[in-house]
Design a binder for this molecule. Structure first.
Ligand SMILES: Nc1ncnc2c1ncn2[C@@H]1O[C@H](COP(=O)(O)OP(=O)(O)OP(=O)(O)O)[C@@H](O)[C@H]1O
Ligand SMILES: [Mg+2]
Length: 278
């Protein structure tokens, strides 16, 4: 395939003083809330005034567009097919990045399977294109697919940090640990962070974090920083059902506030991120 990453004439790239922070959202196990957290973090970063791009990096079962209730004209599948440039597949939400509470999305294509079997060189090329595009943003979030396949890791490798989402279910914890372990081997420069989702209480969430951090410390020799805990909140399901971000429909909902704290921890960086969540 042949897709170039030229500068779009229609979009005005912004001069940047520092490279964007590119953050993958991963989990190993499916269904733990990666996509919901990615969309909610994108809205939170936008609210904080950060120019934000949300990339649907779930090449097999993309659904950022579904959770946001958008029907994009172009998407990553069109980019891979060589029909549009990467920049031109960007869809603005609420006026797009730079607008008040707006952000940009690079959507996948729900259920098409078009990107599921992407050859390795094209996945790497896509990752390189995202790195180039990230120069126009403060924050780039990449919602990864579940699992630890090579293409998931190829996209993760293009990121600075990887927010690994886990719940208290043993399968989620095992898979989150496996993801961190594989990431350390595949992309040692990418810093894994942990977020605990759907916690019943903060104490329970903290316990889940400690168990994962301890396993990582013991067997991998490092302790991933804690980004934060999101409590289980029925309003998450309601927001997804309405295909809107929780930040836009109920910014005071507990899960929206928890996600905003994670966004702040990620912006502030490691040590403070650990402190705020203690
Ligand atoms: N904090 C929360 N409180 C309550 N429910 C939640 C919370 N976070 C996520 N959920 C529920 O979990 C479901 C799965 O979320 P989501 O689709 O974001 O997971 P995912 O990790 O992206 O899944 P996949 O691996 O299939 O891409 C949502 O439909 C939502 O109902
Ligand atoms: Mg998802």
């Amino acid at each position: 395939m042949n897709f170039a990453f030229r500068k779009s004439e229609s979009r005005q790239p912004r001069a940047r003083v520092a490279p964007a922070s590119v953050i993958a959202v991963a989990s190993g196990k499916g269904g733990v809330g990666k996509t919901w957290l990615s969309t909610t973090l994108a809205a939170s970063f936008a609210k904080m005034g950060r120019r934000t791009l949300l990339v649907d990096g779930d090449l097999g079962l993309a659904n950022v567009d579904v959770q946001l209730g958008i029907a994009p004209e172009t998407d990553l599948a069109a980019v891979i097919a060589g029909w549009v440039e990467l920049e031109d597949a960007v869809t603005p939400i609420n006026g797009g990045a730079g607008a008040s509470c707006g952000f940009d999305v690079l959507p996948g294509r729900s259920g098409s399977g078009a990107l599921a079997g992407l050859p390795p060189d094209e996945a790497s090329r896509l990752a390189a294109g995202l790195t180039a595009l990230s120069l126009q943003y403060d924050i780039v979030l990449v919602d990864l697919g579940a699992g630890i396949e090579d293409n998931v890791m190829r996209l993760a490798r293009a990121c600075d940090r990887c927010l690994v989402v886990a719940t208290d279910e043993p399968t989620s914890m095992t898979d989150a640990y496996a993801f961190i372990k594989v990431l350390r081997g595949y992309a040692p420069s990418v810093q894994p962070w942990l977020a605990i989702n759907m916690a019943d209480t903060r104490v329970a969430g903290r316990r889940t974090y400690e168990a994962l951090a301890r396993a990582s410390q013991t067997f991998l020799g490092f302790r991933p920083p804690m980004a934060g805990i999101v409590l289980r909140d029925p309003k998450v399901r309601e927001a997804i059902r309405q295909q809107k971000t929780l930040v836009s429909i109920d910014p005071q909902a507990q899960a929206a506030l928890d996600a905003a704290q994670i966004a702040e921890a990620l912006v502030r960086g490691g040590a403070e991120g650990v402190a705020q969540s203690a």
